[in-house]
Design a protein around this ligand. Structure first.
Ligand code: HSE
Length: 318
């Protein structure tokens, strides 16, 4: 049996979804009995070169071609930003499951989106909203259900981790490291949401809501970025046996939550001290499981790899 997907947006991430669904459709069908196919893709411009040639997928500029199509059971949102909220709520209200990696939207409107999904008996999955391909949401929501999670400590912004790693290993200052991050495609032209800690704070809101079973708001998080960190700070930390990381911290002490994103001195022998470049990691403490650490490529590395593979697909004429 086929399961049809409507894709909202077809930039680097959306084009990656199209090729991954094609490549893995057989495997998913073998495992689940359901063969996923991308039926319709919402784009702004149907003529634009996206590095993949569309075979069976239909490109459209009308959201109704997806939202009103009863044949489509899953909507995958890859537009980003807050704007797709209307489409997501509409899709859920019409009985479609939604998959999104949109951390801004989930951090700001998660409760409304989840309530709408529950009211219509469908699911919203947002695993990739935090930590790229590292499974974090699933383990916190499902595998660790029997635990009382008391602590989250994470390096959940790849751009700032890359910048701080360069400052540590090359002894360069913030401005030079930021320029490198921009040249390599890690940092955006306007890097403020990364370097001022907002991106990590939004991800922390998502993780803390799940881990601590409560509604968490962005205003609950104390946020400090890394702009003011100097090469001298990094050198003094090094001499004292520490590295500086932008750490997202969530702590639950008998229902009292402390939530913060801030540059933090990490002892060099702590596992988080070894998470360098644009990698992400999340350290979790549960009363039954003890200490756990999840490590891997964050979204920023995945995005760069997706861009590179889109370029190589294009250059191979696929
Ligand atoms: N800008 C983010 C980061 C990538 O640097 O981690 C998307 O989550």
């Amino acid at each position: 049996m086929q399961i049809r997907i409507g894709l909202l947006g077809c930039g680097t991430v959306g084009a990656g979804v199209v090729s991954l669904v094609r490549r893995r459709a057989d495997r998913v069908a073998d495992m689940t009995g359901l063969r996923p196919i991308v039926k319709t893709i919402l784009v702004r411009d149907t003529q634009k070169d996206r590095g993949v040639s569309f075979i069976d997928e239909r490109l459209t500029t009308s959201p109704e071609d997806i939202l009103a199509d009863d044949d489509i059971q899953i909507v995958v949102e890859t537009i980003g930003g807050i704007e797709p909220k209307t489409y997501i709520l509409e899709a859920l209200s019409r009985g479609k499951h939604v998959v999104t990696a949109n951390k801004d939207l989930i951090a700001l409107h998660g409760p409304e989106i989840l309530q709408t999904a529950a009211a219509h008996g469908v699911s919203v999955l947002f695993e990739a909203a935090v930590g790229g391909a590292i499974p974090l949401v699933g383990p916190l929501k499902e595998n660790l259900t029997a635990n009382e999670v008391t602590d989250l400590k994470g390096i959940i912004n790849g751009t700032t981790n890359f910048i701080l790693s360069q400052m540590t290993t090359r002894h360069i200052d913030f401005a030079e490291a930021l320029q490198m991050a921009q040249e390599l495609g890690y940092a955006e032209a306007d890097p403020s949401s990364d370097v001022d800690g907002l991106d990590a704070a939004r991800k922390l809101v998502i993780l803390a809501s799940i881990a601590f079973h409560t509604e968490v708001h962005l205003s609950d998080v104390r946020v400090e970025g890394i702009r003011h960190i100097t090469a001298t700070d990094v050198r003094y930390a090094d001499e004292a046996g520490y590295v500086i990381k932008l750490l997202a911290v969530g702590r639950d002490r008998d229902g009292e939550l402390t939530l913060a994103v801030r540059p933090t001195l990490i002892p060099k022998n702590h596992p988080l001290a070894h998470v360098s470049d644009a990698y992400n990691a999340l350290f979790v403490r549960g009363d039954a499981a003890g200490d756990l650490m999840f490590f891997g490529r964050g979204a920023v590395v995945c995005r760069q790899r997706a861009r590179l593979s889109a370029i190589s697909l294009r250059s191979c004429g696929i």
